[in-house]
Structures are given as C-alpha cells and as structure tokens.
Ligand binder design. Structure first.
Ligand SMILES: C[S@@+](CC[C@H](N)C(=O)[O-])C[C@H]1O[C@@H](n2cnc3c(N)ncnc32)[C@H](O)[C@@H]1O
Length: 365
C-alpha cells in the first residue's frame, strides 16, 4: 500500500499480476480458521470445474465482455488513473484462465468460426456468474483480484476478498529485508516474529517460509475477515505449525510476548484520512478503510508501532515498518530518536522498487 495509490496503485497491482506465475504452491485439505466463524471464499481457480457450458455461449459471453472492456477506452484513466481497455482485456484473458478448465483449447477456438459450436467446456463458475462478475469489474470498478479471489505476491497465490487488503508488490521487500537479517543471525532465525495487521497473511507467510527450525510467526489483525482469510492462506501453504493467527488490536493479542520477539514487521494503514476520497475507485471504494486510513497525517498506527517495537522486541530484535513515503519515514525516525533512543537503534530508511523512501528498519538494543 502506498500514498500514491491515487496515481499508481492499480496499475502496480496489475503489473504484479503480470509478472507472477498463477498457481499455488500447495493446496491442502482446509479446516476452519482458529478464531472466527467467518468462512473465507474459495478463489475461482481452486474451485472444482463442476459447470459445463456450450462453447458458443462462452464465446458470446467473451465477445460481450471484450466489447464493454474496449468501450472504456481511457475514461477510467482520466477520471482517477484507473485501468484502461488494454489492461481490462488482459484481465479478461486471466479471468478465462482461472474459470475454464481447458483454457488453452478454448483460447484456440475464441474468435474462430467453429463447426462444433455445441462442444461443451468445463468451467469453475456458472456462465451467469461470469456475466455478473464482469459487470462488477467494469460497472462497480471492483478490483480484479476480488473478482477472481486471489493475488500473486512473491511466489505465492494468496486468497483475497472484500474486507482484506490486496497485498502490494512493494511490501515483498520486507521479506527480503528480513531474509538479509536472518542470513547473519541464527538466533533470530529460531525466534518468534510478529506481523501486525497481517491482512491476507502475506508477510507472515513470506517470513514463515524463511525461518529456521523452531522459528515461528504470530500474525494478528483487528479485522475478523482478515483473520479468517490469513488463516485460510496459512492452511493452503501448510504452515499452520509455523504461523499462529491472533485477532485483536496491535499489541493487545501479544501481551504474552513482551520483551520476547525476535522480529516485528508491519505494513499498517498509513494513508492520511483526507486522501482516501481521492483514491482510485478500485481502492477507495472497495478496499477496507481500516486497512488504509492512518488518521489525519497517516501516522497514527506507525507511531503506535514504534512503542510496540520498544515493548515487544528482545535485545537484538529487528523491526521493519512500511510507510507511505519519505515524509513519514523521516517523521518516524525523528520520533524514535526523540522518544525511543534508549531502546531502538541502527535506524535506517530504505527505498522500494520505485526508489521511493518506503521502509524504516532498526534493532532493539
Ligand atoms: C495496509 S493493510 C496491510 C495488510 C498486509 N499486512 C499486507 O501488507 O498486505 C493494514 C492491516 O492492518 C489492519 N489493522 C488496522 N487497524 C488495526 C489494529 N488496530 N490492530 C490490528 N490490525 C489493524 C487492517 O485490518 C489491515 O489488514
């Protein structure tokens, strides 16, 4: 997530979908989440192909969907820097890949006048649902990731749905930063880490996979939907023994961990409240406000997290926080130097892929 959501986020999301592979690492048998009765949705690509439709009906839907995508032209770009027709048509192709079981053969028939229009294709969603979902994509500007129910992040395919932030590519760098620290410190590798405000569980899963034997992650979130979706993703990647999900506000569910954590990471809400209304429709209208809104200057959660780093980390423990850019990074470091210099040290500001000062990292003395 970043402040420049207004201008860049959705295209960044799409770029991330472009460069990543589209299959999960592991899909195990799934049980319910540990702390909530909320049942996460299954992403389309994981559903069984129990529907069958005539190829001619699928072609008809495809033509309809392509026509409305094309009719958008650059109007969304002009209104709020949303996706243009080229991007929407690319999404349509990904949509078919997720929905149709044998999409390679279907693609070869698309646009071709075929003799066997009565041929049937197996699908993971009913044709009526396809009409409904594509309407939501274009007319409501529902993010593509919520339509298909997943996002590609690092080498993971994470389930997402409304109520949970779609993980952003720049957040992947936090896992790289943790990996660097772990490569130099076996003690931290065997320790307990926390991902506060875990959302889909992206950071917790990324870190859980690089910890050593004995290393664990506690992933917490205030949102029951996020907690359920994170638990579902953790189960899908068979990491239940390594990652514990807890529900509650920031440190409240980690009272038992004071002075014990080897590491603490967070990508908290940090958009200034007044900026939310100017965000791209896909983000401002559909992603959860609790995941975006960081208060008047966007700093509420970040400042609170500094206090948590002081409280929760053990000596030598590492922290990494994502911010919306240089100004927040500087304010955060100033705050730590003025208020937490007795406990927090080796503070650094680091840039994301785009060269924007994005992360504040450091250690507990
Ligand atoms: C920007 S999202 C980040 C989600 C995820 N870590 C990621 O990078 O994709 C911030 C998350 O913080 C959670 N959150 C907001 N307020 C919180 C609070 N008081 N305590 C715990 N989590 C909170 C939101 O529900 C949301 O999942």
């Amino acid at each position: 997530m970043k402040l420049t959501l207004t201008n860049h986020t959705f295209s960044t999301l799409l770029n991330s979908s472009l460069i990543n592979l589209r299959r999960p690492f592991c899909s195990s048998s799934l049980s319910s989440s540990p702390s909530t009765s909320f049942k996460p949705k299954v992403p389309i690509f994981l559903r069984p192909p129990i529907y069958s439709t005539k190829l001619s009906d699928l072609k008809k839907w495809h033509n309809w969907a392509k026509n409305i995508a094309s009719s958008i032209g650059s109007s969304f770009v002009q209104s709020d820097n949303g996706p243009d027709s080229t991007i929407l048509c690319r999404e349509l192709k990904w949509f078919i890949e997720d929905v149709v079981e044998d999409h390679h053969s279907v693609f070869s028939h698309m646009g071709v006048k075929d003799n066997d229009e009565n041929e049937r294709v197996k699908m993971r969603a009913d044709i009526d649902e396809l009409y409904c979902l594509w309407k939501q994509r274009i007319e409501d500007r529902k993010p593509f990731q919520y339509i298909v129910g997943c996002e590609h992040w690092k080498d993971l395919v994470l389930s997402v749905q409304e109520g949970v932030l779609i993980p952003r590519p720049e957040t992947e760098l936090i896992v790289e930063l943790v990996s660097d620290v772990l490569s130099k410190n076996d003690d931290l590798k065997r320790g307990v880490w926390a991902d506060l405000g875990t959302g889909s569980g992206a950071l917790a899963i990324g870190i859980g996979r690089i910890l050593g034997n004995g290393g664990k992650v506690i992933a917490s979130d205030l949102s029951p939907v996020a907690v359920a979706v994170a638990a579902y993703n953790v189960q899908r990647y068979c990491l239940q023994d390594k990652i514990e999900i807890r529900e509650g506000s920031w440190f409240e569910p980690l009272k038992d961990m004071e002075g014990k954590l080897a590491g603490l990471v967070s990508n908290p809400p940090y958009i200034p409240s007044n900026d939310i209304s100017g965000l791209q429709a896909e983000v401002g209208k559909h992603e959860p406000r609790v995941a975006l809104d960081g208060g008047i200057d966007g700093m509420n959660a970040l400042l609170h997290l500094c206090d948590g780093a002081d409280l929760l980390l053990k000596s030598g423990g590492f922290f990494a926080f994502e911010t919306n850019g240089e100004k927040q990074c500087r304010e955060l470091v100033d705050y730590m130097k003025s208020n937490r210099s007795a406990s927090l040290c080796d503070l650094e500001i680091l840039a994301d892929f785009a060269g924007i000062q994005r992360f504040v990292i450091g250690f507990h003395r």
